[in-house]
Each structure stands twice: as structure tokens, then as C-alpha cells.
Ligand binder design. Structure first.
Ligand code: ATP
Length: 500
């Protein structure tokens, strides 16, 4: 096997292992699994919801608590349909698609060609692949779908299922889900499930600015569900049809957007590292082709087991959205800037820099990064693989688990006492079933940083054994010291300090 194929196979195996782990340990389940699931829709289980909530909470606090001029909102998923006209989604939120007539499988044209180019590179045809990708980019930019179709056929790009080049023409496909509001079902009642959370912020810009007496520059942050009828829905929770976004729109004076853009680029990179993603697995990817509304854009990419892919987008969106909402709603979106001396420049529509990250995609990056396999020798001298999730304690679903060594001699009662002391401040759990060793292993699998065992000595001297997940080291500590030990490890202050 060629080196590249071998590496791909290993990465693919690792990814499949992580997906199985996520299911087996209550992180992520396929939606409606007993009905064979629903493609690209997933449910979070008992540990997954905790981890995801923790991620959302650190993001929320990093935005709203650490920045005095950023406040949060929670806008509805349903919005007036004209919002999506003004934002350009009704006319422009399309992907060019092509169907294979034999397999009936539908592909996003850019993904189909990109995959073909990857194969060419693996076969040593790097230059030809680059030429092909350049041609694709040019045709996509010109929306020349006829020539795109001809390119696919002439390059003999085949369907992965039928292996034929029997394609339909290339067509645009809108990614928004629609439904009807009210009791009468007709076109005039058609509304959309929002494909991004950002528009809920734009239409509330003046509400927040006025009621919060916000002065530019200021930001509005939001976490919420978004829906996209993604065509190519693969790679587990990387690309879902229902997902959650964490977005922040920062409103600035026109002309000052590039300074803000560069600031946020650095801040967001630091944030991702502070919550545990290693610097060498993160990189910036500047967009060379910009959307019509942007004057700068980049992705922060993370190296997933299937390669470097977009994790977060940072976009300088000019005044595009607010200007369009002003035009469509006939409501002025003007800010009066009393700090500007030049009277003619005091009134303006602010420019916007946004940071946008998927909560689910961040969850996946964190999970992939945390999944650790180490080899060690057990008590019997046998080499064993140990699996654990090396999660930052601040985001681990359970921070501390408490076990009595045996289920008698007053140990469960004492262990419960310790659990009661900890549970109000930390996500804690109590377990008296099973052997201690097995319980440690279970806790490793969900990334619990601390396990506490109560034994006979505890009754005499008020000490317990604390076992550390990453090193498996154990030490005896006083019960009264536990809140400090755990508290320091899970404190967000440590995360914030890294943000500088
Ligand atoms: P992609 O190129 O991967 O489709 P995008 O450029 O369309 O993403 P944006 O519209 O910029 O993505 O959305 C911002 C963020 O929302 C992305 O960086 C990603 O983390 C997340 N996101 C977007 N689409 C999905 C999806 N279908 N499933 C999960 N997360 C998503």
C-alpha cells in the first residue's frame, strides 16, 4: 500500500474508533436510531450534552464576561421571510449539484471535483490536479454550470457508487429548509428555519444598541440552532443538517474593520488553544475568493483525523447586512457616533466583523483531540492499552467521581458524605457498584479528571485517595482539601489567563 493510502486508512480507522467511542460512552447517538436514523442528524447523550454545554458556557463567558462591550441575545429560529431575502439567502444560498443517473446519488460539484483531485495527487499528478481545481474555481465563480458539467465528463469523474459518468446537468440547490406558519398552507405563509444565527443579531442591532446604551465598537453574541439541507452530509457531526452555531457580530466604525478583524483572528486562535486544542493542529486559511459582502475572510482550520478542515470562520462583512435590512425593512440602521468630530461622518451604518463557530464541530475537534490510547504494563505484568479522554478539566462532563472501596463497614455512608460536599460546586457522581479498577476505567472513557476512593482509613483520619486521570497517579489527601484541588483545576481562570 502506498504511504498516503496507509495514512488515510489509519486516520479513517481512528475516526471510526472515535465515533464508536462517542456512542458507547453516551456522547453522541444517531437520531431516531431505532428507525435506522436520520441522515446527518444526531442526538447528544448524557455525557455529550454535558460536554457540549460546557463548551457553550466557556465560549459564552469568553465573549460576554471577558469583554465589557459584548452582550448576548437569544433570537427565535423563525424569522420574517423577508429577512432571508435581505440577507441574500433566498437567492444566493445555493450549492451547484449534480446527480448520477445510475446510482441516483447527488453530489456537491465542488466536493466531487475536489475528491477527484485528491486521487490525482495520490497518483502523483499534482500539477494536473491543481489545473483542474483552478478551472473549477473559475467556472464556479462565473456560475458557468454548462462548462462545469463538460469538465466533469471530459475528466471522466465517476460516481463512487455506480462508477459511471452518466451525469445530469449541474443545478443550483437551495440549502434552506422551509415550512408554513399559521393554519393555511400556501406560498404566502412560507417561512424558513434559519440557516445561520447571525441574522437574528443584525435585526436586533438597534434594539440592543439603544436599550443597552452600547457605544461602538461593541459586539452581540448568540448561541443557537441553525439548519441547512446539506447535500453531502458525511463525517459524523462535522456536517449536520441541524446544528448549533456560536456567533458574535462586532459593530465597528467604517474603516476600522481591518484592525478589529486582525484582533479577533488572534483572540479566537488563543481561545481554541486555551480550551485544549494544540497549536500545531490549528491553522489559518485565508479566503482568496471573497463572498460579495466580505472584504476579508478566513477560516481557522483544525486537523481532524480526515485532514485540516474549517472549524471557525472569521469574516469582515462590511455594512452589507445592515444596509440590506435598512433597504428591505425601510427602518434606518444608523448609529450616531458622538465621538466622531467630523459632523458629516457622525451618522453611519456600522461595519461588522463576525466570528462564527459550530458548537458541534468544536465538540468533534475536542473529542478527537482528547481521545488518547497509551500502552502500559498492568499489575500482572501484561501490556495493556489504556484509553482515556484527555479533556481540559473545565470542560469535562464529570469533574469528580466518588467511590466507596467496599459496600459495607460504613464506607458508602462516608463516601456519600464526600459526594454531598462536592456536588453543589462540581459536576460530581457517586458510584458504589463494581470494582474500583473498572470504575476508574469507565471514568477514563468519559474524561473524568478526578476519582476519589473512600476506604477504611478514611474513617480514621478523614483522608481519601485521589486518582488523577492523565497520570493514573494516586495520592492521599484530606477530604477538606478536595474543593481546593478540584476547584483550581476546573477553574476557568486558568483558561482565561492563557487568553492574555
Ligand atoms: P462549510 O464550508 O464547512 O460548509 P461554511 O463556510 O458554510 O462551512 P459558515 O456558514 O461560515 O460555514 O458557518 C460558520 C461555522 O458553522 C462553520 O465554521 C462550522 O463550524 C459551522 N457549520 C456550518 N455548517 C455546518 C454544518 N452543516 N454542520 C455543523 N457545523 C456547521
Amino acid at each position: 500500500m502506498a504511504n498516503k493510502e496507509k495514512k488515510d486508512a489509519q486516520e479513517n480507522k481512528l475516526f471510526q474508533t472515535i465515533i464508536s467511542h462517542a456512542k458507547e460512552y453516551g456522547f453522541v447517538f444517531p437520531s431516531s436510531e431505532i428507525y435506522d436514523g436520520l441522515q446527518a442528524v444526531y442526538d447528544y447523550g448524557q455525557n455529550g450534552v454535558q460536554l457540549k454545554n460546557n463548551l457553550k458556557q466557556v465560549w459564552w463567558k469568553a465573549m460576554t464576561q471577558l469583554n465589557e462591550n459584548i452582550v448576548g441575545i437569544d433570537a427565535a429560529i423563525f424569522m420574517h421571510p423577508t429577512v432571508w431575502k435581505a440577507s441574500g439567502h433566498v437567492d444566493g444560498f445555493n450549492d451547484p449539484m449534480i446527480d448520477n443517473k445510475d446510482s441516483k446519488k447527488r453530489y456537491r460539484v465542488d466536493h466531487l471535483i475536489e475528491r477527484h483531485a485528491e486521487k490525482m495527487i495520490a497518483e502523483g499528478k499534482k500539477t494536473e490536479a491543481e489545473v483542474l481545481l483552478q478551472k473549477m474555481d473559475d467556472l464556479l465563480a462565473k456560475e458557468d454550470f454548462k462548462t462545469l458539467y463538460e469538465l466533469i465528463v471530459s475528466e471522466k469523474i465517476a460516481c463512487e457508487i455506480s462508477s459511471t459518468v452518466n451525469w445530469t446537468e449541474v443545478r443550483q440547490f437551495n440549502l434552506m429548509f422551509s415550512t408554513e406558519i399559521g393554519s393555511v398552507s400556501d406560498e404566502s405563509n412560507k417561512i424558513y428555519l434559519r440557516p445561520e444565527t447571525a441574522q437574528g443579531i443584525f435585526v436586533n442591532f438597534l434594539n440592543v444598541q439603544k436599550t443597552g446604551r452600547m457605544k461602538i465598537p461593541f459586539g452581540i453574541a448568540q448561541i443557537g440552532k441553525a439548519f441547512r439541507n446539506e447535500i453531502v452530509a458525511r463525517q459524523f457531526i462535522f456536517r449536520m443538517r441541524e446544528f448549533e452555531q456560536m456567533e458574535m457580530q462586532y459593530f465597528v466604525r467604517p474603516g476600522e474593520e481591518m484592525i478589529t478583524y486582525n484582533d479577533w483572528k488572534e483572540k479566537r486562535m488563543k481561545f481554541l488553544q486555551a480550551i485544549g486544542l494544540p497549536a500545531q493542529k490549528l491553522r489559518f486559511h485565508n479566503h482568496t475568493k471573497l463572498a460579495h459582502y466580505a472584504n476579508a475572510a478566513l477560516d481557522i482550520e483544525y486537523e481532524f483525523p480526515f485532514g485540516f478542515k474549517e472549524l471557525e470562520g472569521i469574516h469582515s462583512r462590511t455594512d452589507f447586512d445592515l444596509k440590506n435590512h435598512q433597504e428591505y425593512s425601510k427602518t434606518k440602521q444608523i448609529y450616531f457616533d458622538e465621538e466622531v468630530q467630523d459632523k458629516e461622518k457622525q451618522r453611519y451604518i456600522p461595519y461588522v466583523v463576525e466570528t462564527s463557530i459550530g458548537a458541534d464541530r468544536l465538540f468533534l475537534a475536542i473529542l478527537c483531540n482528547a481521545y488518547t490510547e497509551t500502552e502500559g504494563v498492568d499489575a500482572k505484568g501484561e501490556t495493556k492499552t489504556r484509553i482515556f479522554l484527555k479533556l481540559h478539566p473545565a470542560i469535562a462532563p464529570i469533574k469528580v467521581a466518588v467511590f466507596p472501596l467496599v459496600r459495607n463497614s460504613g464506607l458508602p455512608e462516608k463516601a456519600r458524605e464526600v459526594f454531598e460536599m462536592l456536588r453543589y460546586d462540581f459536576d460530581a457522581m457517586y458510584e458504589e457498584r463494581g470494582a474500583i479498577g473498572k470504575n476508574y476505567t469507565r471514568m477514563d472513557m468519559i474524561g473524568t479528571p478526578f476519582c476519589i476512593t473512600v476506604d477504611h482509613q478514611t474513617l480514621e483520619d478523614q483522608t481519601v485517595t485521589i486518582r488523577y486521570r492523565d497520570t493514573t497517579e494516586q495520592e492521599r489527601v484530606l477530604i477538606s482539601d478536595l474543593p481546593k484541588i478540584i476547584g483550581e483545576a476546573v477553574s476557568l481562570r486558568k483558561v482565561w489567563e492563557k487568553l492574555g
